[in-house]
Design a protein around this ligand. Structure first.
Ligand code: MEV
Length: 387
């Protein structure tokens, strides 16, 4: 039986979670832990997830991507989806963004892409798709896939690796993350899980970094925009690791994001704390660009003080962070908080990991900046094509 499989990494946020939702700078790194997706045509005529019936309402990310890339109303057939991987769920490590990115890539592989000129896969040449450089593309809508075949242009179907685009995977993952988080999501997780490496988000274009694209989103309380950049991996020293400590406490991102939004509604003056996190993140970006990892660690620890102040830390997180402190350059919660995971930046991964485990955490060790979405297996044919 033919199948397609893709994978995408999880992520850790070094600086700026929560404040990034309000347009402030942030930095995330892709980690070694990944989610893998395998898709194949369903032989039962029903949508399947890991062998059972796919419950669309319990899997909003999957449903959102099917709505955008796999239009059943146009005859796209039901698929069987398998999810595997070693990113713990609801732990702040980007498991839902990794799942969304990997599935977006797999669905694109399964349908190929119609382009105007077969020799070029630039976004401007696409006849269908969702990308930052396509100005007419309604990337956050569900009904405008930019099909131009009606106006007489001859289109070519490209398949395989060249049909897949990291920007498209990121934009689609961001839109389904935003829907699952009641309209509030930064592009941090989706861009990091798609592009891999180190992703810096800023409210301005950073001269020393590679600018990828600008993202916008209309949130319940106004417009936000972000500039997304890549930081050159060559700048990361070989002997610096992240030790990730899981509290084992499930903490869905949507609840934590809503908690911060409620706090700001009740007391708008507390936006100052969010702004301080943004300033700390800017210092962290400068330290990363300068390659000063002692300063990166110190800035992470300062970031944690502010995260605690806005109420997204927890006693379990605090105790793992305290245990990691003596052997690390800096430590903080990562992701939405309230439970989930903390991270320590360290040159002594074994000692830091042992200390976190002794304090009751489960650890994972990762280098900084793993590769982004990968195609692990592909077919010579599409499973369905828009005509
Ligand atoms: C979640 O990994 C990070 C948050 O900042 C939410 C977001 O950026 O959408 C808490």
């Amino acid at each position: 039986m033919t199948f397609i499989s893709t994978s995408a990494p999880g992520k850790c946020i070094l600086f700026g979670e929560h404040a990034v939702v309000y347009g402030h700078p942030a930095v995330a790194v892709a980690i070694d832990q990944r989610i893998s997706i395998k898709i194949q045509p369903s032989t039962s005529g029903m949508w399947l997830l890991d062998g059972g019936t796919l419950n669309m309402s319990r899997n909003p990310h999957i449903k959102g991507l099917i709505d955008k890339l796999w239009p059943v109303e146009d005859g796209a057939p039901p698929l069987s989806i398998h999810i595997d991987g070693n990113i713990p769920r609801a732990s702040g490590l980007g498991s839902s963004a990794a799942l969304s990115v990997a599935l977006a890539g797999a669905l694109r592989l399964a349908r190929g892409r119609l382009v105007k000129d077969s020799k070029s896969n630039d976004q401007d040449n696409w006849a269908e798709g969702y990308g930052s450089s396509i100005s007419e593309s309604d990337a956050y809508g569900t009904d405008n896939g930019l099909f131009v075949s009606n106006n007489g242009e001859e289109l070519t179907l490209i398949i395989g690796k060249q049909a897949v685009d990291a920007d498209e995977n990121a934009i689609l993952a961001h839109s389904v993350e935003a829907a699952a988080q009641n309209g509030r999501a930064s592009p941090m997780d989706s861009s990091t899980c798609s592009h891999g490496g180190v992703v810096v988000i800023s409210d301005q274009i950073e001269a020393d970094l590679t600018h990828l694209y600008r993202r916008e989103l209309t949130m319940p309380d106004g417009e936000r925009f972000w500039h997304i950049h890549e930081l050159d991996l060559g700048k990361i020293p070989e002997d610096v690791y992240l030790v990730i400590g899981s509290t084992g406490v499930n903490a869905p991102t949507s609840k934590q994001v809503a908690k911060v939004a409620r706090m700001l509604e009740q007391n708008p003056a507390r936006m100052e704390e969010i702004e301080t996190i943004g300033k700390i993140a800017r210092r962290g970006i400068d330290a990363l660009i300068a390659g000063d990892y002692e300063a990166v660690g110190r800035t992470m620890t300062e970031n944690q003080i502010m995260l605690k102040s806005i109420g997204v830390s927890s006693p379990e997180l605090d105790s793992l962070i305290k245990a990691a402190a003596p052997t690390s350059l800096g430590a903080k919660l990562t992701g939405a908080g309230g439970g989930g995971c903390m991270i320590a930046l360290t040159r002594n991964p074994k000692s830091t990991s042992d200390a976190i485990e002794l304090a009751g955490g489960r650890t994972l060790i990762s280098k900084l900046g793993s590769p982004g979405m990968k195609i692990d297996s592909q077919t010579e044919i599409t499973f369905w094509t828009k005509s």
